[in-house]
Ligand binder design. Structure first.
Ligand code: PPE
Length: 306
């Protein structure tokens, strides 16, 4: 996905021009993947741009940093303000916001503890993740031959930059195979998640999603969708799932900050349900889009105005 430059990038406490946001080639994270990050979206609301569940994202960032024993040089409150300052400075009504906390320039070798911890936050326009057609009619997926990383190899609950080479391998395989994206199985062979999304399915009116123990990221969109689905009167069950559960589901969809709520219409060339966006997926998707745009009072606290 090509990125169109915007005005400013927040780097270690300052708003710098897009072209001046540079780092040294000996940045530790570039060699060893020693960084943690977040993906956040700001949406246009009637009261200006609102950043969806910003506090929850920054709290997860802090937790990820803790797992990797990186001491964050800024507080959660400071980073929340920094994200808002950046969105304001770039004058975008809606955008993606990407804070990265990483081991910087200073030391080489695998022991990262002596390398400085730096932070940048970038924002850019990011349209639909898997395309308009996928958002409206459903994505075509394959089950990857690449397993999702075991959480005893890399902590799946933390959003480490280095962990994403695993997702990248699966994404390449899927795109080369003519699919939109991939579903990854966990080390025990049960369904884990997408390359950058959580997965839900519907069967006989019940909604299922893999539990934390399946090695999935505890997505903030996943959490929002569980709440929305329950508020709409559906039962949501966190349960280990098999690939045949997907093939025989009535409906299936992905959730994620970038992916939002994306229906899934086909997996491994098998049609899911009616082969297009299902009615329950549509209902949840519409409620989700209402929530992020600040149109639903019940979810107003999720939208943090800049
Ligand atoms: N699982 C994975 C592996 C993941 O990377 C994401 C987010 C999710 C689930 C959903 O989490 P949440 O955004 O909190 O609902 N993936 C981010 C990065 C995507 C990218 O291509 O870059 C995102 O959606 O921002």
């Amino acid at each position: 996905m090509p990125v169109e430059p915007v005005a400013k990038i927040w780097m270690d406490g300052e708003l710098v021009d897009w072209n001046d946001a540079k780092i040294h080639v000996l940045t530790h994270a570039l060699h060893y993947g020693t960084g943690v990050f977040e993906g956040i979206r700001a949406y246009e609301t009637k009261r200006g741009p609102g950043i969806f569940r910003l506090t929850d994202h920054i709290q997860r960032l802090q937790q990820s940093a803790g797992v990797y024993m990186m001491e964050m040089p800024y507080t959660v409150e400071e980073l929340i303000e920094a994200c808002k300052d950046l969105v304001r400075a770039n004058g975008l009504e809606s955008c993606y916001v990407r804070p990265v906390v990483y081991r910087g320039y200073g030391e080489m070798g695998l022991l990262p503890l002596g390398a400085p911890v730096n932070v940048f936050i970038v924002s850019w326009r990011w349209g639909t993740y898997l395309g308009e057609d996928a958002l409206n009619n459903g994505a075509r997926l394959m089950i990857s031959s690449w397993r999702r990383i075991d959480s005893n190899a890399l902590p799946s609950g933390a959003k480490g930059t280095g962990q994403y080479v695993n997702s990248s391998l699966a994404k390449i395989e899927a795109l080369k195979g003519g699919y939109d994206d991939a579903i990854m199985l966990g080390p025990d062979g049960s369904i884990a998640e997408g390359t950058g999304e959580n997965l839900f399915l519907l069967r006989d009116g019940l909604i299922f999603t893999p539990p934390r123990s399946a090695g999935v990221l505890m997505g903030i969109t996943r959490d929002s969708v569980i709440r929305i689905a329950r508020d709409l009167g559906y039962d949501v069950v966190e349960q280990k799932l098999l690939r045949s559960d997907i093939y025989t589901a009535d409906e299936c969809f992905f959730t994620g900050t970038a992916a939002e709520v994306t229906p899934i219409r086909e997996v491994d060339d098998r049609t899911i349900g009616s082969g297009t966006r299902g009615p329950v997926t549509k209902e949840i998707q519409e409620t989700f889009f209402g929530a992020v745009k600040g149109e639903i009072d019940r979810y107003a606290s999720w939208v943090e105005l800049v």
